[in-house]
Design a protein around this ligand. Structure first.
Ligand SMILES: Cc1cc2nc3c(=O)[nH]c(=O)nc-3n(C[C@H](O)[C@H](O)[C@H](O)COP(=O)(O)O)c2cc1C
Length: 194
């Protein structure tokens, strides 16, 4: 199989789920791990995908970003209950280009842009009003001017080398199809027991 076919499959299932009435239709679990192999996971939002990979945005000083610095491999899981599917994706992660991150940052709501500047994601809030103070600080600082993307905030792209589609079937006789990257654009496909 070719990468384009796998991404097309993902797109079909993704679009099907986007029509379901779900409050966070692009949510996915992102698992990372430390250099020594201790895992952690959290929900992030999928912002784009194509043959190059799956993109999410975050703070580069966050715990997840620190882990990706130490160990640039990650795993994504989508649970699409309303359409009875799960998709698991694994692979290496790299930062998206500054241009791509700038374009996405510019598309965000102004308050989200201020939030990106104000949040020291994953660091301790030392005094109870520190976060509110930082929000006020950056709101004042930028006034009505265009808000640039902070250097400590941007996107990561996970380039898949394993994609598993899981389809729910009656009596837990689920169907699992695993695609593993061989090289370049070529993937091996197999069915595995549920
Ligand atoms: C529905 C939902 C969507 C989220 N989307 C993002 C996101 O796109 N990027 C992000 O950095 N955090 C997002 N978060 C917050 C993360 O789950 C997490 O709390 C945060 O990124 C810090 O994780 P870390 O300390 O492991 O780095 C989201 C949380 C939820 C519940």
């Amino acid at each position: 199989m070719k990468t384009t076919e796998i991404i097309k499959n993902f797109q079909t299932y993704f679009e099907e789920f986007q029509k379901a009435d779900h409050p966070e239709p692009t949510a996915m679990s992102l698992a990372t791990s430390t250099k020594s192999g201790r895992p952690s996971s959290r929900i992030v939002l999928l912002k784009s995908f194509d043959e190059r990979g799956f993109v999410f945005y975050t703070n580069f000083t966050s715990r997840k970003a620190q882990q990706l610095e130490e160990n640039p491999f990650a795993a994504l899981t989508f649970f699409w209950n309303e359409t009875s599917r799960q998709v698991r994706i694994e692979g290496a992660v790299e930062k998206v280009s500054d241009e791509e991150a700038d374009a996405y940052f510019a598309s965000r709501a102004r308050k989200s842009q201020i939030g990106a500047w104000a949040s020291k994601q994953s660091s301790e809030i030392e005094h109870s009003l520190d976060f509110e103070k930082r929000i006020a600080k950056y709101t004042l600082k930028f006034g009505l001017s265009k808000i640039p993307r902070p250097e400590f905030w941007g996107g990561f792209r996970l380039k898949p080398d394993l994609v598993e589609f899981w389809v729910k079937k009656d009596f837990r006789l689920h169907e699992r199809t695993v695609h593993t990257l061989l090289s370049g654009n070529e993937w091996a496909t197999k069915k595995i027991y549920p």
